[in-house]
Every structure is written in structure tokens, then in C-alpha cells.
Design a protein around this ligand. Sequence first.
Ligand code: UGA
Ligand code: MN
Length: 239
Amino acid sequence: KMIYYITPTYPRPEQVPELTRLAHTLMHVPRIHWIVADDQPICSDLVSSVLKRTGLPYTHISSPKPFIYKSSNFPRGVANRRVALNWLQEHVTEGVLYFGDDDNTVDLQLFDELRNTKKVSMFPVGLIGDYGVSSPIVKEGKVVGFFDSWPAARTFPVDMAGFAVNIGFLKETANMPFIAGHEEDRFLVSLDLQIDDIEPLADNCTKILVWHTKTVKHKKPTLKININKLGSISKYENF
Ligand code: UGA
Ligand code: MN
């Protein structure tokens, strides 16, 4: 089965390094189709140039966040993930969907495991919240609850990178709301997922195979670089 890996991304100085590192992981994965969902009115050339060089099958699609979300605390990566989801629903009938942020770190073994997802599989995610891990709780091979430092009255308190979905199980009603912190839960609820349907991976959720890594934000340089003297650093103009 093919894996469809949906990655939302947006322009900032860390974008190309993040995508480069992720690309170099994905280049080791057989039968993967990378859907890169750009938070831009049109697909960025810079992202495109990274994608082309991977040799991977990919779809580069864009949908910017609505204007009202351009300040402070907003749901990140929703408009673009939604358009990627629509593309998938229109073009693909078979395979497995997995959402991964452009800054996450994934063990190659996870791709081997989630490829066999029948409905929805779940697994621990490292470096999340106060507990340092967010994970389903498994008893006798079944998911019976969730260990997450931010339950927030969620039915499925999991991280976006903590589950994969068989595309055959994607309902027409599948959707993701513009509500910060509730995107993944509401998405899973929109699939009409029941706790008994969940397939635990990673040795009954005892291993961490994906991490919610975060890159320290680059500080704006205080010195102006003389671009002419250094030759063509043309890519800088994007920032
Ligand atoms: C966490 C979750 O891992 C995200 O899946 C979730 O969307 C987010 O919280 C949220 O609820 O807001 P976190 O590491 O805190 O993610 O946030 P970022 O990594 O900054 O953003 C998540 C994803 O959205 C990234 O792939 C990022 O490139 C993308 N994003 C971020 C955009 O597409 N547009 C933005 O303006 C900001
Ligand atoms: Mn992140």
C-alpha cells in the first residue's frame, strides 16, 4: 500500500532546512507520496525546488490561512491541510494517510508499521507537553485510554503525528476545524471513529518512533549583509 504523507508548511527562515531534513528521511521510504500543503496563495518556488530534487512522487498544493488568523494564537496549518485532504479524497481511493508537520522527526520503522493500517492506527509521540510523551494506553492489545498532558475534553487526546488513517476509512464528512488544539480530535471524530477501531502500533505503544521536535527560531541578523559582495544569495529575498 502507498503512504500519503501530508505536510503543512509556511515560509520562514527555517523552512528550507526543515523540509530538507524531512525530505532526506522520506527518500528512504518506499511507496510514499508526499503531499506538501503550502500556507500561501500560490505554491512557493522555494518549496518546489526542494521537492523536485527529492525524486519522490509528490503533490504540491496551496491554500493560505484566512486573513483573520494572521495574528497571535491561531490554528496552524488548517486551510492547507484541508485542501490536501480534499485533493486526496478526489484523487485517491486506496492507501494510508499520515499527517506530519514539516518540523517533526520520524523513525523509518514507523512507515513500515503504519502501512498496514486497516482503519485508524495510533502510536506514541515524543516531546509533547509536560509529560514528554503523548500516547494511547493499551491493555491486552486494545486501546483503552490516552496518556496526554492536555486532555482538554477531547475524545481522542492525541497529537497530529500520533495516528494514521486508511483512505478507505476516510468519510465524506472528514474535516478539520479552525480550532487551535482541537484539529486532530475533531478530525478523528468526523471519521466516526470508535475506540475499539484503533490499532495500536509501536509494540503496543511502548516505543517512540516519532517526535514533535521544534527548531529554535532564528534571530533576525543585526548586521546587514552586503549581498552584492557575497555573490548571489538570491533566496534571501523571501524572508
Ligand atoms: C502542533 C501540532 O503538531 C500541529 O499539527 C497543530 O496544527 C498545531 O500544534 C496547532 O494546533 O496549532 P506545533 O509544533 O505547535 O504543532 O506548531 P508548528 O510546527 O509551528 O505548526 C504545525 C504545522 O503547521 C507545521 O507543519 C507548520 O509548517 C504548519 N504551519 C504553521 C502553517 O502551515 N502555517 C502557519 O502559519 C504556521
Ligand atoms: Mn511543529
